[in-house]
Design a protein around this ligand. Structure first.
Ligand code: PAF
Length: 308
C-alpha cells in the first residue's frame, strides 16, 4: 500500500507542501486544528489554492481533524509554528504507533528536542526549509520563492525510503548526516534577520541598513555561539551566508514580520530566546543579542503580542 502523508498544520508551509504533494499525485491529508477551520475548508469544497508567479491552481485537498478518524498515522509532517507543536502533536498522539515517523519543519530550536523526549519510540526527523511562502487566505498559499530543504536524523540514522516522495513532489531536499549544526546555522540566520525585520517593519532586503552599526557585533556574537555548538565556519563565511540570504530573499517579509502583521504569536522564544539561553549556559557574553531580544520583547508587548 502506498504511503499516505499526513500534514499537521494548515499554515503557509503546510499548504505549500500539501500543494506540491497533491500536484504530484501523492496521497496526502491535511490535519486542521479546529472544527471551524475544517468546516470552512469543506465549505470551499476542499479546494486548496496554490499560487506561483501570478498563476493560481485549485487543487482538491482532503482535510480532517486529529480525531476525525482512528486510522493510524504512519508518516506525519509537522508544519505548525514552533510554539504550537506540542499541543498539535498531543491531539494526534492516539493515532501514532511505534512505527510512525515524524518529520519536523519548525524554525528555531527547542521544539524538536521536546518532541523527541515526548515520543521516544517513534523516529523523529528534523528539517530546515528555506522556501518563501505566505497565505492570501485560509486556503490560498503563495509560493514566493523556491528554497532548499535539509533533512536529517539527530540520531544519525540513514534517510528513510519514503523521502523519495518528496523528490516526486519536486521538493529540493538533501540529507544531512549532522542535522543539529544545520539547524544552528539556520537559527543564526534567523537571529540576524527576523528580529530586525519585525522591529523596523521592513522586508529582508533592508536588514543591513536598518540594523546599522550593531550588525557586525551581532554577527560576531552569533559566530561565537555557533563555535560553542561545534559549528565551524569563519566569521566572514557567516557574514557571507547571512548576506546571501538577505539578498536572495530581499523582497520577502520574514516569518516573524508576517506573524507580527497577522497579530500572531511569534517564534521569538525558539529563535532569540533559545540563542540567549544557550549563550548563558555555555558562559558566553552576548550583549548585542540580549539587547535585541529585549527590544523585540518590548516591541511585541506594545503590540499586545506574547513576548515568548
Ligand atoms: O524565517 C524566515 O523568514 C526565513 O527563515 C528567512 C531565512 C529569514 C527568510 O525570510
Amino acid at each position: 500500500m502506498p504511503d499516505v502523508l499526513h500534514i499537521l498544520g494548515g499554515g503557509s508551509l503546510g499548504l505549500l507542501w500539501a500543494s506540491r504533494c497533491i500536484q504530484a499525485g501523492i496521497d496526502c491529508r491535511l490535519i486542521l486544528h479546529t472544527p471551524a477551520a475544517l468546516q470552512q475548508w469543506h465549505s470551499r469544497e476542499d479546494a486548496l489554492l496554490f499560487e506561483q508567479q501570478g498563476a493560481t491552481r485549485a487543487l482538491k485537498a482532503p482535510a480532517e481533524l486529529a480525531d476525525s478518524s482512528p486510522a493510524p498515522i504512519n508518516k506525519l509532517i509537522v508544519t505548525t509554528k514552533a510554539w504550537a507543536v506540542a499541543e498539535a502533536l498531543e491531539s494526534v498522539a492516539p493515532r501514532l504507533n511505534a512505527d510512525s515517523e515524524l518529520l519536523l519543519l519548525q524554525n528555531g530550536l527547542g521544539s524538536q528536542q521536546a518532541v523527541r523526549l515526548r515520543f521516544p519510540t517513534q523516529r523523529v526527523l528534523y528539517a530546515s526549509v528555506t522556501d518563501g511562502a505566505w497565505k492570501r487566505a485560509a486556503n490560498h498559499v503563495v509560493w514566493a520563492g523556491a528554497g532548499q530543504t535539509t533533512l536529517g536524523d539527530p540520531q544519525h540514522g540513514p534517510a528513510p525510503g519514503w523521502l523519495s516522495l518528496l523528490t516526486t513532489a519536486g521538493i529540493d531536499w538533501r540529507w544531512e548526516q549532522n542535522m543539529l549544526p544545520a539547524l544552528w546555522m539556520k537559527l543564526a540566520i534567523n537571529c540576524a534577520i527576523n528580529p530586525v525585520t519585525a522591529l523596523h517593519d521592513c522586508p529582508n532586503g533592508q536588514v543591513l541598513e536598518r540594523a546599522g552599526p550593531m550588525f557586525a557585533p551581532l554577527l560576531a556574537e552569533l559566530h561565537a555561539l555557533l563555535a560553542s555548538q561545534r559549528v565551524s565556519l569563519s566569521l566572514s563565511e557567516l557574514t557571507q551566508r547571512v548576506t546571501t540570504v538577505i539578498q536572495a530573499t530581499a523582497s520577502n517579509s520574514s516569518s516573524m514580520r508576517q506573524d507580527v502583521h497577522a497579530g500572531r504569536r511569534t517564534e521569538i522564544d525558539f529563535i532569540l530566546g533559545y540563542a540567549c539561553r544557550t549563550a548563558r549556559q555555555v558562559g558566553l557574553s552576548t550583549p548585542v543579542l540580549d539587547d535585541l531580544h529585549r527590544q523585540l520583547q518590548r516591541h511585541l508587548a506594545t503590540l499586545g503580542l506574547p513576548q515568548d
